[in-house]
Design a protein around this ligand. Structure first.
Ligand code: FPP
Length: 232
């Protein structure tokens, strides 16, 4: 069965999950972060090559300050402990997004986890923080300008090679929880030919079983990449 090489996860529904239980939204994010750990283990078990988690978007700064602080503090505590535990399982950790707006502590923890895992050959775990697909493309163009790119003759590869994901394969399967059916500015370039798995399940209720199910449904999709199918 065909297995996706690169799986993207839009972990939506933490806030609604919490409100439905009369909990503070931040409790939803805490519960959501816990589930992430189960899914990462399962991705390793299923021999997925790349797993990208959309943890905080360029637009998420517009949320109330206390929610932003809470998400950042959850991220810090996972970067300090849980994420490091995955290194023993061969995980190669990467962060994408614009780090310039993040705290010194968060940036240090990110680079530390990246450095410690740089030689690992297992699952590539990509954490998107202050990431936006449009911003990724804009920053790629700025990098090209700094390299004095001849823009009149710009090629597809020039842009692609300057994205945050330069060394990663494109997204094969994008999973989004909580019923919304949109990309919300996540990897808009990289997911151009992704297959989608949408579920009503809110992120904190997502399970390893449903993750495996999403991987299995991918195996039944016929991908044509703009060409005609092989049978015609
Ligand atoms: C979307 O739900 C979720 C987020 C914006 C934050 C996701 C962050 C985490 C799950 C923590 C990640 C931590 C690690 C360690 C990977 P929402 O708040 O938009 O939910 P709603 O649509 O119900 O309001």
């Amino acid at each position: 069965m065909n297995k996706p090489c690169h799986v993207g996860l839009i972990m939506d529904g933490n806030g609604r999950w919490a409100s439905n239980q009369n909990l503070n939204r931040n409790e939803g994010h805490k519960a959501g972060a816990k589930i992430c750990m189960d899914i990462i283990h399962e991705a390793i078990n299923l021999d997925i090559k790349v797993l990208s988690l959309f943890a905080f978007s360029t637009e998420n700064w517009l949320r109330p300050d206390d929610e932003v602080l809470s998400i950042m503090s959850i991220l810090n505590s996972y970067l300090e402990s849980e994420i490091l535990a995955f290194l023993k399982r061969g995980v190669h950790f990467r962060v994408i997004g614009d780090r310039s707006k993040l705290s010194t502590k968060t940036r240090f923890l990110m680079s530390n986890a990246e450095k410690l895992s740089i030689k690992n050959k297992g699952l590539k775990l990509v954490l998107a923080v202050n990431y936006g697909g449009q911003d990724d493309i804009l920053r790629s163009i700025k990098k090209l300008a700094e390299k004095n790119c001849d823009f009149k003759n710009i090629q597809f590869d020039d842009l692609q090679e300057n994205l945050d994901t330069t060394d990663l394969p494109t997204v094969d399967l994008m999973i989004r929880t909580s019923g919304e059916q949109r990309l919300s500015n996540f990897m808009i370039w990289q997911a151009a030919y992704a297959e989608y798995y949408f579920t009503q399940t809110q992120w904190p209720d997502f399970t390893v079983e449903e993750f495996s199910q999403a991987i299995n449904t991918f195996g039944q999709r016929e991908r044509r990449f703009g060409k005609i199918d092989n049978k015609s």
